[in-house]
Design a protein around this ligand. Structure first.
Ligand code: SF4
Length: 299
């Protein structure tokens, strides 16, 4: 399906939100909509605010914030700006394919670097390696953490659930290269799909692979089926893994998997993490996750 890019002018680039369990309260998105087309994407509903649907239009109607760097420069230069951490890609991936063409993320990175503003960047793309020199320099001067999502080592499943994102191998290579360049890397091991990617082999394999690649932390998360995600994921399971549908329906009577299932998986991740000596960041979001994880690990 062809992708349509629509350049837009934003009035503000940084947006504020108040979620106490996160270590940041500012987010920024060079693009709206995301060509990576992940099956489980929870950001899809945000496209409805723009007058598009959360299905194929989220994947193919991409808004490009053409003036983002100029707007950001003004925001970071304002005497009211306190230099808080910003999460770049808080809704949509800043290194999705549009970035090759428009380079908005690169432009705003240069502004963040100029102001030495603390930054988190979340992505599933190895296009980020294009900016490795800039990121390496930023890492010497300010807090910079790149979060890669890695869900599975099984490329067949990865292709089905994240069809246009980089392969797991490409992401692991990017983790290694960025780590070697002095950039701190965290891993979002999520969503873990029940009965598809929750086996010990995948859990141990992912934790070991990211640890070997130089990641400094890993946060797990189990698939949840909120809003339109429920129908999308259940239709996918019905089409691709029909034998699992009854198990999914039993597990997801609500939007979230039950606590005993979540506890079992978190304990397995914790065991794998300890085996690899993968340490923990000391930040609120991770502390909260880790506290839960430790509590579950002890039950
Ligand atoms: S990369 Fe992130 S924003 Fe893009 S489709 Fe996947 S989950 Fe959604």
């Amino acid at each position: 399906m062809p992708v349509h890019y629509q350049p837009v002018k934003c009035k503000s680039f940084l947006h504020h939100f108040d979620k106490k369990f996160l270590p940041f309260s500012w987010g920024a998105n060079p693009y709206r909509g995301c060509e990576h087309s992940c099956l489980y994407c929870f950001a899809r509903y945000t496209h409805e605010y723009l007058g598009y649907n959360s299905g194929t239009e989220f994947d193919t109607k991409i808004l490009v914030k053409a003036n983002a760097a100029g707007v950001l420069e003004k925001e970071l230069s304002s005497p009211r700006w306190k230099g808080d951490i910003v999460n770049l890609g808080s809704v949509c991936d800043p290194y999705q394919p549009a970035e090759k063409k428009f380079k908005i993320t690169q432009q705003v990175l240069e502004v963040f670097a100029k102001h030495k503003n603390p930054l988190f960047v979340g992505t599933k793309s190895n296009l980020i390696l294009r900016d490795i020199d800039l990121l390496s320099e930023m890492a010497k001067r300010t807090t910079l953490i790149i979060y890669f999502t890695i869900t599975t080592l099984d490329e067949n499943i990865r292709r089905k659930i994240e069809p246009r994102a980089a392969s797991t191998e490409e992401r692991l290579d990017a983790v290694k290269q960025l780590s070697d360049a002095g950039v701190t890397i965290g891993i979002l091991f999520m969503p873990i799909f029940p009965y598809l990617t929750d086996d010990f082999e995948n859990i141990n394999g992912v934790v070991k692979a990211v640890s070997d690649a130089g990641a400094k932390d890993l946060v797990p998360g189990i698939l949840d089926l909120r809003a339109s995600c429920r129908n999308r994921v259940l239709s996918f399971i019905e089409d691709e893994f029909p034998e699992l549908l009854p198990k999914y329906l039993a597990l997801y009577r609500k939007a979230y998997a039950p606590k005993d299932y979540v506890g079992k998986i978190y304990r397995a991740v914790e065991t794998a993490r300890r085996k690899c000596g993968l340490k923990k960041f000391k930040m609120p979001v991770l502390r909260e996750k880790q506290t839960k994880l430790e509590a579950w690990a002890q039950t």
